[in-house]
Design a protein around this ligand. Sequence first.
Ligand code: URA
Length: 236
Amino acid sequence: MRLVKLIANLGYGSRKDVAWMFREGRITDPDGEVLYADDKVEHAQIRIDGEPLDPPTGLILMMHKPLGATCSRKDPGRVVYDLLPPRYRARTPALSTIGRLDRDTSGLLLFTDDGALLHRIISPRAQIAKVYEASLAHDLRGDEQALFASGTMMLESETTPLLPATLQVLAPREARLSISEGRYHQVRRMFAATGNHVQALQRIAIGGLRLDGLQAGAWRPLDAQDVARIFEPANR
Ligand code: URA
């Protein structure tokens, strides 16, 4: 791919803008030698204003989504893309969230520009575990574990039962729930069906990839080992 297109696709500007950046000598190699638009150079050898280029296409990153941000691109309020460098919104192919979390849910959220990877993760056939911790308004009744694990639980206005889910009781009003599908407001609706109410919800893991110590609002790119973890069981 021509350098102008490659750099423009990373969101640094239009092709015209990037052509100007070449003319201004802002695009160099690591030793500061000015590069020209026709040069053949590896991604890792390109600097803009002395800074390495953003990661190439095939990017996947994890964020600790904070409460209050929505997973849409356009919303009058705060969106998760506001937490990433503004250039990341202008990348081609576009960076998308892998599934969604509600505005009032915090925790592990993945993004990628790799359509095939996105599909592998969200495909119902993959049945990748999504693990949530919920704080509840009322004490657990005691029958939730069996009901959620049954494979016969129906949510209101749905026509197929939920896949078996695993509930771990952490305290009378605290639970960890692992589900392997992603229906609309699924966790909140599961507890609502038992007469309870989710007061706070956080996703702590997707497959074997955990939120670990990532602070709310922070994000980081994933390496190959992290990506492999997504396809591993949640309980390592
Ligand atoms: N289930 C919910 O109810 N909300 C989320 O954000 C994710 C799962």
